[in-house]
Write a protein that binds this ligand. Structure first.
Ligand code: AKG
Length: 119
């Protein structure tokens, strides 16, 4: 079923034109932030590869509570869309050595986010 989001039409129209790649070693973290550089309100699609992590998904108001800690493993997709598009989020912990060998990652975690820049 196609689901409408924002004012950009149906999900079938999703056309990301940028990918941001982050590498985390065993001690890396990412602080709570919003993804606001894009001019398009289209969803951000996030793919995790390698080590598992704790991904903190918060609210759209500030970096504090309420938030939910979600464990993301290799192969997981996380979508920020609709009312959650501008939610604060971050990575609070990486579980070193948890990567599935099938991921091709010997160590660390890769995260790839797909974005529509609107440019
Ligand atoms: O590594 C992650 O899962 C989050 C990445 C992120 O927050 C970002 O690229 O803005």
């Amino acid at each position: 079923m196609a689901e409408a989001y924002g004012d950009t039409g149906a999900a079938g129209a999703y056309a990301p034109d940028a990918a941001l790649v982050n590498f985390y070693d065993g001690v890396a973290r990412m602080g709570m932030h919003q993804d606001k550089e894009e001019r398009s309100p289209a969803p951000v699609v996030s793919l995790s590869l390698g080590d598992s992590c704790v991904f903190r998904f918060g609210n759209t108001r500030d970096r504090g509570r309420p938030y939910t800690d979600v464990e993301l493993a290799s192969g997981d997709l996380f979508v920020f869309g609709g009312p959650s598009r501008y939610a604060f989020h971050g990575v609070t912990k990486v579980y070193a050595g948890t990567a599935d060998a099938a991921s091709g990652m010997r160590a660390g975690r890769l995260n790839v986010t797909l974005r529509e820049t609107g440019l």
